[in-house]
Design a protein around this ligand. Structure first.
Ligand code: PEP
Length: 256
């Protein structure tokens, strides 16, 4: 890995306001002297403003876990790109597998969200990944390719600098089963090839591709040692300060 590692903690529907604020304060204090890692957290919508205030002025960025594809409208319970930008978010997760498979989000909807994020100055992290049956049927590359092609439909090369991709095999999310580092890297390098075909070598080489799926302190080093893994999207191990800090420490040591 040649880029600064990009480590992102997805808190999902975990942590109270007090816990989140304390976590963010400690993270900010810890990282104040170490800005060699790109680090972000994705709190619940309702705490975004508080967490953004805590990390303001630091290198830590705050991402929303989702947005709607429209900037405003009659969508009870939804939150827009304009709103999360207004409270200080710089990034947003789009197409997380829990959104795809629990809430039925389609590639078309995901593509519309990416366009809305970009036009509102929010950096999208497009999450892709195959389910267990798809891997077992040998369809991993087919599934991932379609998710990337459909998700990025209409996105121009000059917009790609603001976008990153997270490869998260669904069978490895929250299950304790991590993809073998070589197994993950094979898909990462396949994704880079898709980007190269679509946008050219420069975009392919500069786009961050994170791995997600039971990433933890114990496997951080071997995952980041892979040439096409540029960072980690961490779920379970990101809601405990100690393990998230350990992941960051380890990622620093990988780049030396
Ligand atoms: C995630 O939800 O993006 C994730 C990777 O979760 P976990 O690390 O818990 O597998």
């Amino acid at each position: 890995m040649e880029k600064k590692p990009f480590i992102m903690g997805n808190w999902k529907m975990h942590l109270t306001l007090k816990e989140g604020v304390e976590f963010a304060q400690s993270l900010r204090d810890h990282l104040s002297e170490k800005n060699t890692v790109l680090c972000g957290i994705c709190p619940s919508f309702v705490f975004l403003k508080d967490i953004c205030s805590v990390v303001e002025g630091s290198d830590i960025f705050v991402a929303a876990q989702n947005i709607h594809s429209d900037e405003s409208g009659p969508y009870t319970g939804e939150v827009s790109a304009v709103m999360v930008r207004e409270v200080g978010c710089t990034h947003v997760l789009i197409g997380h597998s829990e959104r795809r498979h629990i809430f039925g989000e389609t590639d078309t909807f995901i593509n519309a969200k990416i366009k809305t994020a970009l036009s509102n100055n929010l950096k999208p992290i497009l999450c892709v990944g195959e389910k267990l049956d798809e891997r077992e049927d040998g369809r991993t590359k087919y599934v991932v390719k379609n998710q990337i092609k459909d998700g990025l439909q209409g996105i121009r090369a000059d917009q790609m600098g603001d976008l990153s991709i997270a490869y998260e095999p669904v069978w490895a999310i929250g299950t304790g089963k991590t993809a073998l580092p070589e197994q993950a890297n094979e898909v990462h390098s396949f994704i880079r090839k898709i980007l190269a075909d679509e946008y050219g070598e420069h975009v392919a080489n500069t786009t961050y591709i994170q791995y997600g799926g039971s990433a933890k302190p114990e496997n951080t080093e071997e995952l980041l040692a892979q040439p096409d893994i540029d960072g980690l999207l961490v779920g379970g191990a990101s809601i405990k300060l100690e393990s998230f800090l350990k992941i960051i420490e380890t990622s620093l040591s990988v780049i030396g």
